[in-house]
Design a protein around this ligand. Structure first.
Ligand code: GLN
Length: 495
């Protein structure tokens, strides 16, 4: 069921539909996310919410964790009720509504808006990622480079988001910035609507539809979920329910990890998988472990690395002080610059019959990311001596983090789409996206160890992250001969 060849850089036309939809969705997601902590911690006079840094950071962690956690039900709904195409469409609409609500300057609009964005992203994100893979047959060699192109769309979107929403925030006001995110998602939806015809037909229907009774039950669950969420929001808004975000975040990390194992296990044991499918699930498990570890380190960017930039980096160039936030866009810029090299690298390796297993690529990504933290270990030692370090320490770290990300993240997406049992493609992408969620929350908890009153400890926070990731990377490399058999890649790629 692979789509026609020509269309978008030698890829199926549907890739362009998904590229631009995800680009605009990510524009709205990252554009808003960049402002989130700033908005929460800004004082009431500055028209912010006046939260403490601790609760703002916990809410930020819970929000990003929830966004990706909801990919699990989102993937299930696509596989069983909506089909991928509709899931992405409804998800985009819910996201846009969320940003519109955030744009309304009202004391209750903030949490309600966040809930909408999280639910919508859960519907959209795993399913759009799974649909990219459905453009290719299982023998199609272009899958990996298709994901690499798609990944560029993600980062192009985030750059647009940082600059557009950042501009509106500084020059007009918070709510205009949120409104800009809504407009971005709106453009993405219009584009999606008019180019939907390029997507493979089968993604219009659920891969494994429910029985009529099952459908009724699913709708009842959706209704119950909506009522419960609305109840919690109302209770929190009226003060009947007092939520302590810092306490909750700690438990949520454990619960999400448990849910990951449970869901994975249920598909493995109860999914009536063939032996081949089960072997591929083992290969996928390694990819998921690598992914969760990777994001736990990588996502320090928004928290501890951001604070390091602000407090311990000499950002003065002549009389100009580089704004702290600018460092956040380095990752996306490096992705755009480096992606073409990576796409070419995998193709060249494949031509030489060098096809490292997915988990080896992920392990290499993990180790390169970790080396970025070794750089920070050194930089933080200067900071501990009371010096401000030069910006190139962080630039080097972000560079290494991005190289690591390109070895791991698009590769992992491709692996999930290639190795998942087709009946579970949306759900497995949901399980995979859960590793983003776990990574984001653990990153938040680790960043809690970044204590400005205890600068001497900061180098060891970074060393600890580096050594842990290198350790996991080495274990994955040692398992590589097994992984190769589990993935059975050699059989399809050499013909
Ligand atoms: N930048 C990637 C994306 O938005 C990965 C996000 C993540 O936190 N894992 O898809």
């Amino acid at each position: 069921s692979s789509a026609p060849n020509s269309g978008f850089f030698g890829h199926p036309k549907g890739l362009s539909t998904l590229f631009f939809t995800e680009m605009w969705e990510r524009m709205s997601y990252y554009g808003m996310r960049a402002l989130l902590v700033l908005f929460m911690t800004a004082s009431l006079q500055q028209e912010g919410l006046g939260f403490t840094v601790a609760s703002a950071a916990a809410i930020y962690g819970l929000y990003t964790g929830a966004v990706y956690f909801l990919g699990l039900p989102g993937g299930w709904l696509a596989d069983r009720l909506f089909g991928g195409q509709k899931a992405v469409w409804y998800g985009g609409i819910v996201i846009m509504c969320g940003h519109i609500i955030l744009a309304i300057p009202h004391e209750h609009s903030f949490f309600i808006g966040l809930v909408f964005v999280a639910i919508g992203t859960g519907l959209l994100k795993p399913n759009i990622s799974a649909m990219v893979g459905q453009l290719y047959s299982s023998e199609d060699e272009r899958r990996d480079s298709g994901y690499a192109i798609y990944y560029m769309g993600i980062n192009l979107g985030s750059i647009i988001g940082y600059y557009v929403c950042g501009y509106f925030m500084e020059n007009v006001g918070w709510h205009w910035a949120f409104g800009a995110a809504a407009v971005g998602m709106g453009i993405g939806l219009i584009q999606y609507h008019f180019t939907l015809k390029n997507l493979p037909e089968h993604s219009a229907k659920p891969a494994n539809p429910l029985t009529p009774q099952g459908t009724t039950r699913a709708w009842a669950c959706i209704a119950a979920f909506v009522v419960t969420v609305a109840g919690i929001v109302v209770a929190a808004a009226t003060g009947a329910l007092i939520i302590n975000p810092v306490v909750i975040a700690g438990y949520v990390a454990i619960v999400f990890t448990a849910i990951f194992f449970a869901y994975f296990g249920i598909i493995y044991f109860k999914g009536q998988l063939s032996d081949d499918e089960k072997r591929r699930m083992w290969a996928l498990f390694l990819v998921c472990v690598a992914s969760a570890c990777f994001w736990s380190g990588f996502e320090q960017a928004g928290s501890s690395l951001n604070l390091f930039t602000r407090d311990y980096t000499d950002r003065l160039v002549g009389s100009f002080e580089i704004p702290t936030a600018w460092f956040q866009s380095l990752n996306a810029i490096f992705i755009i610059v480096l992606s073409p090299f990576f796409a070419a690298l995998w193709i060249n390796l494949a031509k030489r019959m060098i096809t490292p297993s997915y988990s080896v690529k992920c392990a290499i990504g993990l180790i390169i990311m970790a080396s970025g933290f070794l750089v920070m270990f050194m930089a933080a030692q200067y900071a501990a001596e009371g010096l401000k370090v030069a910006p190139y320490w962080l630039v080097t770290t972000y560079f290494l983090h991005t190289v690591g990300e390109l070895c791991l993240s698009p590769v992992a997406l491709s692996a999930v789409s290639r190795l998942s049992p087709p009946r579970f493609s949306g759900q497995m992408m949901g399980v995979f996206v859960l590793t983003y969620s776990i990574g984001n929350i653990i990153a938040g908890l680790l960043a809690g160890g970044f204590d400005p009153n205890n600068v001497d400890e900061i180098p060891y926070l970074y060393l600890q992250i580096a050594l842990f990731s290198i350790g996991v990377g080495i274990v994955l490399v040692l398992l590589s001969s097994k992984a190769k058999i589990w993935e059975k890649r050699g059989l399809t790629s050499t013909s």
